[in-house]
Design a binder for this molecule. Structure first.
Ligand code: FAD
Ligand code: PYC
Length: 415
């Protein structure tokens, strides 16, 4: 359907009666070729790529709540690919390159804003580590630049530049292709595109158990009945560990709550995403003008989506140490999401130890930026039974071979 200004106004004034649904709400069918568990950005992207690239005929996404109601709708929307190890750089930059053409590919404005991300160094020690990191990232082909203290001060005029500040500014580095994208739009864009290709998106459908035959997963028991399929993809973020347990194996991950918060909206005052290494605090300004900020994990394994007040206090305190000018702002909202953090802080991708089930797990605190990649590589694994070259190092076997990819620092926030 085509709209012009007048027809849009008419829709707005008439309760949007003629507004077409972005995606079809499907009823669960008894059998599919492929079923994806979890209707976040990753699960929806996987379903889209299963149809679009691999031509898998009958695909369903099962979501226990509403689409994007998990971490996809709870994150702080930062995208970047400034990771340390070559394997991670390849993975996250693949995602960033997909993001750069996603609005066009899906014909949906995901509001990608490449305003840059800027990591602040608060000591000479931070600066030395950043210089090493930047050199490694440049070797990996990532567009990062080391910045002097004066350059950081020019980019962040509201940051406390006093040499006696608790967190003084010694310099930093930036990735100019980093920035933010609208999180809901990413989920909705993939949902609409997947639905248009015939994918069944089934909401309010909780996966409760797995059905095995001859050692292979052949079906699921769900809150809407039984469903069978040739292949299954696990993409349930904070609940991946619980579901893996039901499938009979243990994932090397721990689920924690990660909080974030927003202030009331103000005029444009922050034109890049600022991240502080020493405190883990990060802040950006949304297109509506709110300051969106957060810090580290609530380090108590948990399945609550709230977070604890002491962490909330510490996030606010860190932000005000670095940006004292924000002290007069009112807080609008605070929330939490359940993140699945692997023991080396890198995702776990590809075939699982159980036949018929494929993994897209362990994105922890940093998987929004990887949404197109998580979906793409899960679809690859489900359709071909094996790895893409980029996802291979992230196989679960690394926890037995010892070839870990420790990106604790690359996660960008405190762990
Ligand atoms: P989700 O969006 O959580 O989707 C998984 C879905 O599975 C959920 O909708 C859930 O309801 C569903 N599900 C669970 N159990 C079942 C079941 N039994 N049956 C059916 N469905 C089920 N990442 C970044 O890159 N940048 C950031 O700035 C950033 N900030 C963050 C800030 C916060 C506060 C949080 C919590 C996370 C942040 N992240 C960030 C991490 C990022 O949000 C996640 O890694 C990413 O969104 C995961 O996407 P997903 O599609 O895998 O998971
Ligand atoms: O991965 O960039 C990130 C991030 C920022 C805040 C939470 N995760």
């Amino acid at each position: 359907m085509k709209y012009n200004a007048l027809s849009l106004l008419k829709q707005g004034l008439t309760g949007q009666q003629g507004w077409p649904q972005a995606w079809r709400s499907a009823t669960l069918q008894p059998r599919y070729d492929a079923v994806v568990i979890g209707g976040g950005g990753h699960g929806l992207a996987c379903a889209y790529y299963l149809r679009k690239i691999h031509g898998v005929p009958r695909v369903a996404v099962l979501e226990r709540g509403w689409l994007g109601g998990g971490n996809t709708g709870r994150n702080t929307t930062i995208v970047r690919s400034n990771y340390f190890f070559p394997e991670s750089a390849a993975l996250y930059d693949f995602a960033l390159r997909q993001y750069e053409q996603l609005s066009e590919a899906l014909n949906y404005n995901i509001m990608l804003s490449q305003r840059g991300i800027l990591m602040i160094a608060h000591s000479d020690h931070d600066m030395e580590l950043m210089a090493r990191g930047v050199n490694a990232m440049l070797l990996n082909g990532i567009d990062v630049e080391l910045l002097s203290a004066a350059q950081v001060r020019a980019e962040l005029p509201l940051a406390n530049a006093s040499p006696t500040a608790r967190y003084p500014i010694h310099g930093g580095f930036t990735q100019r292709r980093g920035g933010v994208a609208r999180h809901d739009a990413v989920a909705w864009a993939y949902a609409r595109a997947a639905s248009a290709l015939g994918v069944d998106i089934v909401q309010n459908c909780e996966v409760q158990d797995f059905i095995f035959e001859a050692g292979r997963i052949v079906g699921l028991n769900t809150s809407q009945g039984e469903v069978r399929a040739g292949n299954f993809g696990l993409s349930a973020s904070g609940h991946n560990g619980v579901l893996a347990g039901k499938a009979g194996f243990r994932l090397p991950i721990t689920s924690y709550t990660l909080q974030a918060m927003v202030s009331e909206p103000v005029k444009p005052i922050l034109h890049t995403v600022a991240m502080s290494t020493a405190t883990g605090m990060y802040v950006s300004q949304s297109d509506k003008g709110e300051l969106v900020f957060g810090q580290g994990l609530d380090l108590y394994p948990s399945y609550t989506q709230r977070g604890n007040f002491n962490i909330t206090q510490s996030v606010v305190a860190s932000m005000l140490e670095i940006f004292p000018a924000f002290r007069g702002l009112k807080m609008l909202r605070q929330w939490g999401g359940i993140v699945d953090v692997p023991w080396d802080y890198s995702p776990i991708l590809g075939p699982s130890p159980v036949e018929g089930l494929h993994l897209n797990c362990g994105w922890g605190t940093g998987g929004f930026k990887a949404t197109p990649a998580g979906g793409y590589f899960l679809a690859h694994s489900m359709a071909t039974g094996g790895h893409h070259d980029i996802s291979r190092p992230f196989d679960i076997s690394r926890f037995t071979t010892g070839a870990l990819i420790d990106e604790a620092a690359g996660a960008g926030i405190a762990h």
